[in-house]
Ligand binder design. Sequence first.
Ligand SMILES: NC(=O)c1ccc[n+]([C@@H]2O[C@H](COP(=O)([O-])OP(=O)(O)OC[C@H]3O[C@@H](n4cnc5c(N)ncnc54)[C@H](O)[C@@H]3O)[C@@H](O)[C@H]2O)c1
Ligand SMILES: [Zn+2]
Ligand SMILES: [Zn+2]
Length: 384
Amino acid sequence: MRALTYDGPFRVKVRKKPDPRIEHPQDGIVRVTAAGICGSDLHLLHGLVPDTRIGQTFGHEIVGVVEELGPEATGLSVGDRVMLPFPIFCGSCFYCQRGLTSSCENTNPATDATSGVYGYGHLTGGYDGGQAEYVRAPFIAVDAEKIPDDLDDLTALPLTDALATGYFGAEMCNLKGGETVVVFGAGPVGLFAMRSLWLMGAGRVVAVDHVDYRLEFARRWAGVETLNFADADIITTIKGMTDDRGADASIDAVGLEAAGSGAHRATGILGKLEAGSPVAFNWCVHGTRKGGTISVVGVYGPPYAAFDFGTAMNKQQTIRTGQCPVKRYMPHLLEHIRAGRIDPKPVFTHRLPLDDAPAGYRTFAQKRDGCIKVALFPDGRTVH
Ligand SMILES: NC(=O)c1ccc[n+]([C@@H]2O[C@H](COP(=O)([O-])OP(=O)(O)OC[C@H]3O[C@@H](n4cnc5c(N)ncnc54)[C@H](O)[C@@H]3O)[C@@H](O)[C@H]2O)c1
Ligand SMILES: [Zn+2]
Ligand SMILES: [Zn+2]
């Protein structure tokens, strides 16, 4: 089959690879009809995720058609259209029993890491991802969600990650109604968080980024106020908008590749002396009021320097975080989509055949050409 493969930092290629096959009785094989590129894939591309091996296929946002099923994968049929949550989970371990599917210890026994994840390096199990013609889906009958007939691929695709994660990020703000929330990062995850915050009763939502076309998209598509952090000191501006206290809650939808601090970029991303830059998290701490909540869905690697934890402690803030347990949110988000409260499709500004994936990665990474999010079509279709 053809598959996107990692060739070392900043290099990906589409090449031939053996077709995946059933390895365990509960596996399935999915013919991928559409796969997304996520901000998390950029951390892999940039060599920031430990133990990312040459030759791995990325892609953890996957929709497709069941092609083959192992003898114990019951409840699904060959030919079913399915979406695969990015955390691979077993449904029966200690964590899965508690609904913490993104902590599954069967698909990734490492006690200090998340569950198995499609195409996310060997720290999360080394599973190949779905930016390919086919993907092996472990525990498919437990993990996969059937796509209702009236839902097209591109509407279903964000449910596998970006939409579920944005919703999860908003939910962790624990809103009661009327609150002011600042969302750092106007990428797909931040944008879905903004839409979700409105559904949860937020009174005011402010997006922060430094990419103007993304802020414009946020104003238009998510109906939020926006701030460009390149224009003025961001914390002074946020405090000026909130009686000098800071927002009631904030969401870090940026993670370890944050811009905005030259010192952290130098020691972290360039010098590799810390795992990226904690500037977005620190802005959440400073831009949120005492007693407020910080929701972190932006991804961070394990070793860290200069997190401003002391300020968060002294401000009595609640910090909530995690990789999204996607499966839990799928039924509820399907209802929101059906009711017309969220239409996720417009975030796919770029719809490309799989063969153009390397160019798609570049455009998305460099925030060019109005790119919000990229969808890849392994069968070469581009118009959806
Ligand atoms: N927790 C989870 O389950 C989960 C799931 C999906 C993605 N993620 C993570 O969420 C983050 C966002 O993903 P995405 O797909 O939206 O990525 P993205 O790269 O499209 O968006 C990130 C945005 O943050 C902006 N940004 C950079 N520095 C900033 C700063 N200091 N303040 C405010 N904005 C800043 C960038 O300009 C960009 O628009 C990534 O870290 C990704 O790994 C987490
Ligand atoms: Zn992702
Ligand atoms: Zn499990």
